[in-house]
Design a binder for this molecule. Structure first.
Ligand code: SAH
Ligand code: SF4
Ligand code: F3S
Length: 446
């Protein structure tokens, strides 16, 4: 039976997963804002809740169902029925299943279709349930409204999708094929972000270094060309990019790290594993050695570059000796930071049906060993930074009055005291290191 309901007045967007989902969440919020729908006040149930989901690992994907249950319950307690929309990668991968399993959900919208959210809201107000998981050739960005003011550090999606098909990964299925947004659109969006107060922009893409386009003179350029052009925007002080794939690196991007002062000395370059048999089974199409050689090239042009990576432990068939190769590569690279995960079999991916699935307890044990090793290197990197002077971009207030928190060029969290404001770039000397943050002394006070 159809029930016609009042259009929502307030919304909440909950984004899970990667930074691209955070970016998409912001853009959906902007779309709703254009329609006069306001963010729900803190502590109040929203009329419309968008769960912007992640499908990368089983735990992340299951979260959506528990969240829907919680929302329905909270709504009942508050005497209202929230309009629930499921967006993001679970929506893309399991849209029909969500509609069947969760009658409380009115809208299912995939990551390439959310610009059509307003029409879907109209249909939902008419009591219809709507699913849109089309993957049009990137009409989305053209249909989105202008950027709104946010913090001093902003995300900008430049590339989406993945053609790599690593055997464990759902991204090529949930985000579709690789596409690059046009150069001119990106320059305009970056200018708007800077006008709205951004000092730092992080360029996002599932394979951000696969970005390719034509610059304002019609010349073919890669990510390095885009970075050079962005660096010419007055008021933009810092540029970052994530996530890169080793096989999409080119000479120009490596060189840019030595040429563009605004490009921060930080590189997130996942390797996933340190053993070549495992890398092959993962279909990574690079070896441990070729990865290490690539990092040497970055270190040659930017010796202080902070390196970061992603790792998977317990890929099907991984032996103890093969796992130890992962520990070895971690020691060799001395990462400033890294993410590590237990392998999670994802429906429809080749690895999910491979022989030699690893027992959960063994994965736990390997993950603990790997994380301990990564933590050692992160702490050592922070300790080695003590005594350096650098700029910190103030992102928020600290725990105590007069304290500020921000990021160093190497993406470390730095706290310090003084008379500052969010968005300031403050010169500090790094005075003391902890495992996860550093204390800075403001240069004038040193
Ligand atoms: N495009 C990026 C990252 C994609 S997802 C890249 O290739 O580097 C982020 C990370 O999640 C991956 O780098 C990988 O470490 C992890 N991941 C992806 N699929 C996974 C799975 N099935 N199980 C466990 N971790 C996974
Ligand atoms: Fe997934 Fe591999 Fe593509 Fe990264 S490169 S998104 S891990 S398939
Ligand atoms: Fe997750 Fe989709 Fe990002 S699966 S990691 S939200 S691309």
């Amino acid at each position: 039976m159809k029930t016609v309901s009042a259009p929502p007045k307030t919304y909440r967007v909950k984004s899970f997963g990667c930074q691209m989902n955070v970016y998409d969440g912001e853009r959906m919020a902007e779309l709703l804002g254009e329609r006069g729908i306001q963010p729900a006040p803190e502590g109040e149930e929203a009329d419309l809740v968008i769960l912007n989901t992640c499908h990368i690992r089983e735990k992340a994907a299951e979260k959506v169902y528990s969240d829907i249950g919680r929302l329905v319950k909270a709504g009942e307690e508050a005497g209202k029925k929230p309009l629930i929309a499921v967006a993001g990668c679970v929506a893309q991968a399991e849209g029909e299943e969500i509609m069947a399993r969760a009658p409380a959900v009115s809208i299912v919208v995939g990551p390439q279709a959310y610009h059509r959210l307003p029409e879907m809201l109209d249909r939902a107000a008419n009591g219809e349930r709507a699913t849109d998981t089309d993957m049009p050739a990137i009409a989305k960005f053209d249909a989105l409204p202008a950027r709104r003011k946010r913090g001093p550090s902003a995300f900008l999606t430049v590339q989406e999708g993945c053609d790599k098909f690593c055997t464990y990964c759902v991204v090529p299925y949930t985000r579709g094929a690789e596409i690059s947004r046009p150069f001119a659109h990106l320059i305009t969006e970056a200018q708007k972000l800077v006008e709205a107060g951004a000092k730092e922009i992080t360029l996002l893409g599932q394979n951000v270094n696969a970005w390719a386009g034509e610059d304002d003179k019609g010349a073919g350029v890669g990510l390095a060309g885009l970075i050079h052009a962005l660096a010419r925007i007055d008021g933009l002080e810092r540029i970052r990019y994530t996530t890169s794939h080793p096989n999409d690196m080119d000479e120009a991007l490596i060189a840019a790290h030595g040429e563009v002062a605004k490009l921060m000395p930080y590189l997130h370059l996942p390797v996933q594993a340190g053993n070549d048999r495992i890398l092959k089974a993962m279909n990574r199409q690079h070896t441990a050695e070729s990865y290490l050689r690539l990092l040497e090239q970055f270190r040659a042009v930017r010796p202080d570059i902070a390196l970061s990576g992603d790792f998977i432990v317990g890929f099907p068939g991984e032996t103890e000796a093969e796992f130890e190769d992962t520990l070895r590569i971690v020691d060799e690279v001395r990462y400033a930071h890294a993410f590590s995960f237990k392998y999670s079999p994802r429906p429809g991916t080749p690895a999910a049906t491979m022989d030699g699935q690893i027992a959960p307890e063994l994965m736990d044990e390997r993950l603990q060993r790997l994380q301990a090793r990564i933590a050692q290197h992160q702490y050592a990197f922070n300790q080695d930074s003590v005594g350096k002077s650098c700029s910190v971009l103030v992102e928020r207030t600290g725990r105590h009055p007069g304290q500020w928190l921000g990021k160093s060029p190497w993406l470390q969290s730095v706290w310090f005291e003084g008379d500052h404001a969010i968005g300031d770039l403050v010169e500090v000397t790094l005075a003391e290191a902890g495992p996860n943050s550093l204390r800075g002394l403001v240069a004038a006070l040193v």
